[in-house]
Design a protein around this ligand. Structure first.
Ligand code: ADP
Length: 479
């Protein structure tokens, strides 16, 4: 097997000298695999021998992948004069193929194990592939989704319309946007679904990739947290209630005593004169009974489990109601600063009971903090906070808040009171933020703290606003 001729590329691959004609390959290229002898023999016997990928290790240790073909070199119709060997270095191609395979495996692993549903579909909207999560979320069997219209997976007519339109004419209005739509499982159940669609530009045509997340567990969790929060708020109100009961007993005792007095007067008058006395007396009894029942109702409303509701209410009325509840147990001098004229009719859109709870919390905290002061004083103030916002602040001259406590105040269960629950401020923050507002605290001068919250103002045409001229005496239970 001696060389008759070689191409430059051949010599390059095997690192051979130019001058090798007449020499044996095995002499000039030590380390050439022995199988080559057999290959040449088979070609000399008339066989076409080839290999698509053959590993060739050069003397310098470099690995090459070769594609080769050894053909008989026919001199005439029957005679074989030698062997023609073609060799192509396919190392690069093999590397690329290996990388591609690896990439594919990696992508497949992501596709197969993703927690999110991944569905690919073509320009016609027909599903090409769906990962196990997609099958599980939508409740379909292994091959069931392939070929179906992608719209089957969503309930939203708009969303599926957009997806199919996108498939048809390529309008891109959903591409890349994360949106929440309503998904539809195989059994017809509708559920919240987060959807993102992207387009992969393939040579073979358009391919869309939809990544979808079942939001129903998150939704259920959100509902559960809301329920818990409402329950916590109720418990906190119950806690407040305990403190209010003493005040309430005192408050209700007044109309009840009045009813007894008026009734006794009625009875005496009837006994003396033998005829029914002045009807005004009866009206007074009714009036006192109504007052007693109103007090009880407002307390019950405050404590009851209820759905939040929104209505337009006068800020002043909210403050009045909260003050009434707090004055039932407070020792402090509670005053309301004069209301700026521009805010006399200010209204907010709010759940009155919730905002009252915030105010009661702040007032109660202020009261607790200033309890041991010689002259405890709490001032409630209404002010403007920007053109569209009202600020309500509760300032006390109490113990104040040490810097290390400041960052924890609004966290649940932070308390420095031996009987505190530490949920008041955290609930208040939640309430205020749900109303589109903010709540904050700052130190008061010369001592004490100021807690204040802002709410967006709402126009109410002044109709709902209660008069603000009501003096403190009207809330007081001391007299
Ligand atoms: P609780 O009143 O049950 O402790 P809160 O969330 O209402 O729960 O208050 C948390 C803590 O914040 C209180 O324990 C107290 O240490 C502090 N705090 C709240 N308001 C004031 C205030 N006006 N002055 C001083 N400390 C306060």
């Amino acid at each position: 097997i001696r060389y008759l001729g070689t191409s430059a590329r051949w010599r390059d691959i095997f690192e051979l000298d130019r001058d090798i004609v007449g020499k044996s390959h095995f002499d000039v290229a030590p380390g050439a695999p022995d199988e080559w002898r057999a290959v040449c023999r088979r070609a000399l016997d008339g066989e076409d021998v080839r290999a698509e990928q053959d590993l060739f290790v050069r003397v310098d240790g470099l690995h090459h992948w070769l594609r080769w073909e050894a053909q008989p070199w026919r001199l005439g119709s029957q005679r074989i004069g030698g062997v023609v060997i073609f060799v192509e270095d396919v190392t690069e191609r093999v590397r690329i193929q290996r990388d591609l395979r690896e990439n594919e495996r990696r992508l497949n692993a992501i596709f197969e194990t993703a927690m999110d549903a991944i569905v690919t579909f073509g320009g016609d909207g027909a599903i090409r592939s769906a990962n196990p999560a997609a099958r599980e979320i939508f409740g379909y069997g292994a091959e069931e989704l392939i070929g179906r219209a992608v719209e089957t997976l969503t309930r939203e007519p708009a969303a599926s319309d957009e997806v199919s339109r996108m498939g048809r004419d390529g309008s891109m209005n959903v591409i890349g946007q994360r949106r929440v739509v309503r998904g539809r499982r195989k059994d017809g159940e509708i559920f919240p679904l987060e959807l993102t669609v992207s387009e992969a530009g393939l040579d073979s045509g358009r391919l869309f990739v939809a990544i979808m997340r079942d939001l129903s567990p998150i939704e259920a969790e959100r509902r559960r947290v809301n329920l818990l929060r409402a329950e916590l708020a109720r418990i906190s109100r119950m806690n407040d209630m305990g403190e209010m009961v003493a005040g309430l007993a005192h408050e209700v005792a007044q109309p009840v005593a009045a009813i007894r007095n008026f009734s006794a007067a009625w009875r005496r008058a009837l006994a003396l004169a033998g005829k029914p006395p002045d009807m005004n007396l009866l009206a007074k009894i009714e009036e006192q009974a109504r007052r007693a029942s109103e007090i009880l109702t407002s307390l019950r409303n405050f404590i009851e489990k209820r759905q939040p509701e929104r209505c337009v209410v006068a800020v002043a009325a909210l403050i009045d109601d909260a003050l009434k509840l707090v004055l039932l147990r407070s020792q402090a001098k509670i005053a309301r600063a004069p209301v700026p004229a521009e805010l006399a009719d200010a209204c907010v859109r709010a759940d009155p009971i919730e905002i009252e709870q915030v105010l009661v919390n702040l007032l109660r905290n202020a009261d607790d903090a200033s309890m041991d002061r010689e002259a405890p004083e709490i001032v409630v103030e209404i002010g403007k906070a920007g053109p569209e916002r009202v600020r309500i602040s509760v300032a006390d001259n109490g113990v104040g808040i040490p810097p290390e406590a400041a960052s924890k105040l609004f966290s649940p269960f932070f308390t420095t009171k031996h009987d505190g629950m530490g949920v008041g401020l955290s609930i208040s923050k939640g309430v205020v933020e749900r109303h589109g507002g903010t709540i904050a605290f700052r130190p008061n001068r010369p001592r004490g703290s100021i807690f204040e919250f802002e709410l967006p103002l709402q126009s109410c045409g002044g109709r709902l606003a209660k008069t603000l001229e009501t003096s403190k005496a009207e809330f007081s239970v001391a007299d």
